[in-house]
Design a protein around this ligand. Structure first.
Ligand code: NAD
Length: 252
């Protein structure tokens, strides 16, 4: 069975891999044998050290990915210099919190530009190359439980994650017969920078924990296995799925 999940010889491009969920995914893909290019705006030193400690190989590409053109440019440069990619993980994302009634246009645009626009155009660049080169490809988008639920005080984030679910399905419909698997993971409440404000609010933190059937917040490593599955031969007939990895949150 292990060969079904073996990513040896595969090359992955993971956005926002310096910390949190992106780091957990980058390390898991490397442990499964993939060479992982870690892309983002901050040094990938810690992630590359973890990849190497696990016996894997990684590389770093830096850019502000909220600039969609810059994001596509580093993806295409990395593919030209290192070789074409087999796996794209659209993970980089931000969140802004404010009541809907006060939500600013800036907080709308900043979140949508990175979480949705850049994710779509990176998928486009990846799909274009894979289809033209007649190579199999796997795209793993990072959605959220807010792809299914409304949330509160995170209007642009909820819009971006609803959008990610939508484009995951759309791209799956367009590319499933062209050798590209497009799927998403919907993490629940994971202890990262993204959720620091929630964890520091004793009332919200306790309310969230009480609703998680698994009885704990998730860790970035909890997301890695689903990413390996979706990137691997084990998921070849999985298209347009949005897989919750949420300790049972959505089942409640
Ligand atoms: P995080 O803040 O630890 O990681 C976010 C990553 O995005 C970091 O690597 C950061 O450097 C990168 N990033 C942010 N702005 C960037 C920019 N302009 N250019 C390049 N990189 C940029 O948070 P996380 O929780 O690990 O978030 C990763 C993904 O998981 C996001 O898409 C987030 O929406 C999603 N997610 C998180 C949770 C959670 O509970 N933590 C739940 C559901 C979905």
């Amino acid at each position: 069975m292990s060969s079904l999940f073996d990513l040896s010889g595969k090359r992955a491009f993971v956005t926002g891999a310096n910390t949190g969920i992106g780091q957990g995914i980058a390390v898991a893909l490397a442990e499964a044998g993939a060479m992982v290019t870690c892309a983002g705006r901050s040094s990938m030193g810690e992630t590359l050290a973890r990849i190497e400690a696990a016996g894997g190989t990684g590389a770093e590409r830096l850019a502000d990915l909220s600039d969609t053109r810059a994001a596509v440019e580093i993806f295409e440069t990395a593919a030209a210099e290192e070789g074409p990619f087999d796996i794209l993980v659209n993970n980089a994302g931000i969140i802004r919190r404010a009541d809907a009634i006060e939500f600013t246009e800036q907080d709308w645009d900043d979140v949508l530009d990175l979480n949705l626009k850049t994710a779509f155009f990176l998928a486009q660049a990846f799909g274009k190359a894979a289809i033209a080169g007649k190579r199999h490809g796997s795209i793993v988008n990072i959605a959220s439980v807010l792809s299914f639920q409304g949330g509160i005080r995170v209007a642009s984030y909820t819009a971006s994650k609803g959008g990610i679910a939508g484009i995951t399905r759309l791209l799956a419909c367009e590319w499933a017969d062209k050798g590209v698997n497009v799927n998403a993971i919907a993490p629940g409440y994971i202890a990262t920078n993204n959720t620091e404000a929630l964890r520091e609010d004793p009332d919200r933190s306790a309310a969230i924990l009480a609703r998680i059937p698994a009885g704990r917040w998730g860790a970035p490593a909890d997301i890695g296995g689903a990413a390996v599955f979706l990137a691997s031969a084990a998921a070849r007939y999985v298209h347009g799925a949005i897989i919750p990895v949420d300790g049972g949150w959505l089942a409640r």
